[in-house]
Design a protein around this ligand. Sequence first.
Ligand SMILES: *Cc1c(COP(=O)(O)O)cnc(C)c1O
Length: 379
Amino acid sequence: MLLLIPGPVTTRPETRAALARDIAPWDNDFRDVLIRLRGRILHLAGGIEGTHAALMLQGCGHFVTEAALRSFLPPAASGTGTRILIPATGAYADRMIRLAREAGRAVVTLPVGRIERADPAAIARALAEDATISHVGIVYSETGSGVIHDVPAIGAAVRQAGRRMIVDAVSAFGAMPLDLAVQPEIDAVVFTANKCLEALPGIAFAVARIDRLEGRAGQAGSWSLDLPAVYEHGVKSGWGSFRFTPPVQVLAALDTALDFHAAEGRAARLARYTANMRTLYDGVRAMGLQPWLPEALQGPVIVNVHVPADPNWDLQVFVDGLKRRGFVISNFFNTPTPTFRIGCIGAITPEDMGRAVEAMEAVLRDMGVTERHPRLANA
Ligand SMILES: *Cc1c(COP(=O)(O)O)cnc(C)c1O
């Protein structure tokens, strides 16, 4: 069974096998694994030893995104008047907005069309017009649409304006390029193990600037989600130790997954995902369906496809039919008009995707779906 969802992704059997033992988090052998993992994560982010710290937080992407928002932005009630500008790129930017607001942080949103890249010039203008904006929060790969946003260009605008940035790279990290060494405006980039790193869910990461972490413990207003406190723990107790119980097996599996990442290389992984996307994008078009994004905006992580106009279409029936043929896709959608969504990331190849496309055609035929143009035009 292959998971064709944008996380948690299909993993290699070797990665799953690494789960199969009991581990004490404080065991000296495991301390070495943790120290090695932090070094590998720091390196993958382009972080600089002594300037950046690779912090680990138990849990999912939302947890570490909230932790970064709490840790680097003062609460609105503190009276500092500082706010975060979040370009509203789609469903995942909306989640960042909600996390910040519910954590009591002040948010300014910048409207962005769903079928559009966030414009660095518009962000520069918003920053020039509003001195209360201390940070920009951007989703690198907007999983809600499939669009990749230009983190280096947006970062340059933020840097020029003397502001700070928080990057949600959850569905980008490990495949899309990232070099924190040349983006000093980034306070933290956040991501998880279970997307482009092709490991298992349960652990999240923030690679953050040490000069922004130091002296900030407590600002988060949540001990569990306090990244400066995670940093202080590492400094005091050693980077082979963990604050609170970590998902030890998941970390052991990540070590194996990172061996495969190193053997493949980030650029080759991106090329494989891009080939997966191409096979899918061209394949659904050839069967008369229409992808939600135009080719020029289609990123390599997730493809949304307009649901066909045929009255026999039913998403759950389609999902069940594909599952019987060995492919699991989402039974929900994140776009303003109805779509089905297929993830292109994980331990899958263009050949796997080719078989998935054949399965889609077979299921549509079984369902009697002949009218395949979109039911609704793009909003
Ligand atoms: C998957 C994802 C997240 C986090 O999801 P969790 O379910 O909390 O792990 C955040 N942002 C983006 C862009 C994502 O794709």
